[in-house]
Design a protein around this ligand. Structure first.
Ligand code: COA
Length: 700
């Protein structure tokens, strides 16, 4: 049982700030608790009253002569600390703080909230809110909210950071007959967060699907950990509004610029198996689908329609959503050919023609549902004169029972003529829309979930036992002592080399003679690069020379680079010139990292070189808990992967070496949180091995 299970099933609830005055929040909560059929003890607390709504009332929690498990606070914020302390002393386990006037109001409110949380921690109480609507559970039952009503019983848990959203969805749900297991209004999330309630709902036998509306996640690591486990048990669909702070970071690296604002959330959701809804309609369409339909076994969709156009729209949409049009078996095609009019389209989408009555829809649908190559079906009904929408709907209801493992969706494409049919479908919990797109989007979400649930990608993390932490520490120490946030190329190369990432040997020279001596040692040809933490785009200021194949060229190259840089940027601090061994050309890729405030290191992999930002062939993963399987899929998602595998007869590159670099970068940035950004661009991937050419590292 979840740690929070008894939050929804407390033996007794004190309502502090309970009121006799109708319409006051303190009165609504008492009434809601009584009306919902709560089986425990309701104890109103108000210093002026002896009874409220017929229940004995106490002046404060200390005067209650029996143990109390939970309290709902509906008193002004200024009284909250004193009351919370009394609750703590009384030994309560949970506080639901409805009261507003905390963090959301500014500095003073934030301080008040901090103190309230401190009291909860001191007395081992868990808190929902403050500034929330409260919580409901239709199975418990409990309605510790000031909402105008109680949800219909169902299997959807809705967790919302917005209280207004809870109230709106509740009201809307009566209209569409949608049932819920739980409603949770998170409020300011001072203590309990979405992660706690996702975990709880994943273990709740009355919840089939978990829906969230959130604006942010504060503890990304905890969220990822919970969501990874919970999504294996139940579908989690999240609508996340607003943008993260990642985009606000200075985009000094390619990786930072590519990551953009909301990408860390997208990546976190994808990596933890959460389905992200784009808007409210999608969120609830998916909720209805998951609550009432079986999870499809695959992505092959059959479409039955009585009109060509909608069939084409559905086909386009199926492709767009990465689903497949089912290919029927010979038997299915034969059967459709023999039993439908000659003009019908017997291939997918099946067009039963405008003069189809219910029996024709029934035959076609039954035939395709019986086909082993069909995983789900969508029926599109247009209001032709002879159409029998209600009878067609009834036929679908019957077939839904006959084929319980195949999800079935409908679009009743019209208005009043199709109303009865749509109602029959809704009453039978077959999702019915006006147009095909939401049906396909719902199937797509369900297929994503079935992939998550059935995925067997390697879940172990790469392990390395050749990491030289000492060198990294020493190098970072020197950089910090030098009061710098940007590492020189040679320092960055040293750091990644210490973590077993092959880097082209790079040495700093402070005069032409030294540069020539280094070049002698490295072997010709070499590359010279200006060494300055302030210069990010070295080529633009004449700070790079490649292919130098003699001592003389290296010496004069040194002088030229210095002259160029002094001319372009006369006041910029320059540390010298880096001499790098010139490496043979390989496939250019980029491996980078930018740090997200909530989710930590965000890794990037893709096509490298100077066109990185133009081509944007990059995939992302969070380093936190990154598995071998996730690194594999990260690489396989890009076009760079096509090149690495050997494009147009070229020899394949050493993909294993590339995978290891990603794993080692992930480990480096996890071990050293002060590393803020990394860009390794390009990495040359060879037939055997790989080499990092240009490495940029910034620290915080
Ligand atoms: N213990 C118990 N009850 C107490 C008390 C105490 N120490 N001190 C006062 N009360 C009583 C009051 O006497 C009053 O009862 P009454 O109606 O019999 O007079 C009741 O508690 C409520 O106090 P009151 O001062 O009347 O406050 P209120 O009802 O006007 O407002 C809140 C209280 C919590 C509703 C209000 O402060 C608030 O935060 N409103 C916004 C809520 C919100 O929007 N939440 C977020 C949703 S997303």
């Amino acid at each position: 049982m979840s740690e929070l299970a008894s939050l929804f099933n407390p033996k007794s609830i004190a309502i502090i700030g309970a009121s006799k005055s109708p319409g006051k929040i303190g009165n609504v909560i008492v009434k809601n608790m009584i009306d919902c059929g709560y089986k425990g003890k309701i104890i109103p607390v108000n210093p002026k009253e002896s009874t409220i709504e017929g229940l004995p009332c106490y002046p404060d929690v200390n005067k209650i002569p029996e143990p109390v498990e939970m309290a709902v606070l509906s008193v002004p914020a200024g009284k909250s600390l004193e009351i919370a302390t009394a609750c703590g002393k009384k030994g309560l386990r949970y506080l639901v703080v409805i009261t507003a006037g905390f963090k959301e109001t500014g500095k003073e409110g934030l301080e008040l909230e901090r103190k309230l949380l401190e009291i909860c921690r001191q007395y081992n109480m868990r808190m929902l809110g403050p500034n929330c609507v409260g919580l409901m559970d239709t199975h418990a039952p409990i309605n510790a909210t000031f909402a105008a009503g109680f949800p219909l019983k169902g299997e959807i848990a809705f967790i919302s950071q917005s209280g207004a959203m809870v109230l709106s969805i509740l009201d809307w749900s009566y209209q569409v007959g949608l049932g819920f297991s739980k409603f949770i209004s998170l409020g300011n999330k001072a203590d309990l967060t979405e992660a706690d309630f996702i975990e709880d709902a994943s273990e709740d036998p009355n919840t089939k699907v978990i829906l969230c509306y959130i604006e942010d996640v504060e503890d990304g690591t905890h969220f990822l950990d919970v969501a990874r486990r919970a999504s294996r048990k139940k579908p989690i669909v999240i609508l996340k509004s607003g943008t993260s702070q990642a985009g606000a970071q200075a985009a000094s690296s390619h990786t930072g610029a590519l990551a953009g604002s909301d990408l860390a959330y997208d990546t976190a959701f994808q990596q933890s198996g959460v389905i992200r809804a784009k808007n409210m309609s999608e969120l609830f369409d998916l909720a209805v689908a998951f609550a009432n339909q079986p999870i499809p076994q695959g992505d092959r969709v059959a479409v039955i329609t009585n009109s060509g156009g909608p069939g084409i729209i559905a086909t386009d949409n199926i492709e767009e959503k990465n689903l497949r049009m089912a290919r029927f078996t010979k038997e299915t095609i034969e059967s459709l050919r023999n039993n439908l009019p000659a003009e019908s389209n017997i291939y997918n989408p099946v067009d039963v023609l405008g003069d189809a009555r219910a029996n024709r829809f029934h035959y076609a649908l039954q035939t395709v549902l019986a086909d082993p190559g069909v995983d789900s079906a969508v029926v599109l009904v247009c209001p032709a004169a002879v159409a029998e929408p209600a009878e067609t709907a009834k036929a679908m209801v019957g077939l839904r029972k006959e084929y319980p493992h195949k999800p079935l969706f409908a679009a009743m494409m019209g208005g009043p003529r199709l109303g009865e049919g749509a109602k029959i479908l809704s009453d039978a919990h077959i999702p019915c829309f006006t147009f095909p797109e939401p049906a396909i989007t719902s199937i797509s979400g369900m297929v994503s979930y079935s992939r998550i649930k059935n995925s067997t990608v390697p879940s172990e993390q790469q392990t390395f036992n050749d990491l030289d932490l000492k060198t990294v520490k020493a190098t970072l120490f020197d950089v910090k002592r030098d009061n710098r946030l940007v590492l020189l190329g040679s320092e960055a190369a040293e750091i990644i080399s210490a973590y077993g990432i092959p880097a082209a040997p790079t040495i700093l020279a402070i005069n032409p003679e030294e540069a020539a001596a280094h070049a002698d040692r490295l072997g010709y040809p070499v590359v010279l690069k200006i060494a300055s933490p302030k210069i990010l785009h070295k080529t633009d200021v004449g700070g790079v020379k490649v292919g130098l194949d003699s001592r003389e060229k290296v010496s004069s190259g040194f002088v030229e680079i210095m002259d160029n840089v002094h001319r372009y940027l006369p006041h910029v601090a320059v540390y010298g010139v880096e001499v790098q061994k010139m490496m043979p050309k390989g496939i250019e890729i980029i491996i980078g990292m930018t740090r997200d405030i909530q989710f930590g290191p965000l890794l990037a992999f893709g096509l490298g070189g100077i066109y990185v930002n133009l081509l944007k062939d990059v995939s992302f993963r969070l380093a936190d808990g990154l598995t071998q399987g996730e690194i594999n899929s990260m690489i396989a998602e890009t076009k760079a992967y096509t090149l690495l595998r050997g494009y147009r007869g070229e020899k394949p590159a050493d993909i294993d070496a590339v995978l290891k670099i990603v794993g080692r970068v992930a480990r480096l940035v996890s071990d050293f949180p002060e590393i803020n950004e990394i860009d390794i661009n390009p990495v040359f991937a060879y037939n055997q091995g790989a080499s990092a050419l240009d490495v940029k590292i910034t620290i915080s």
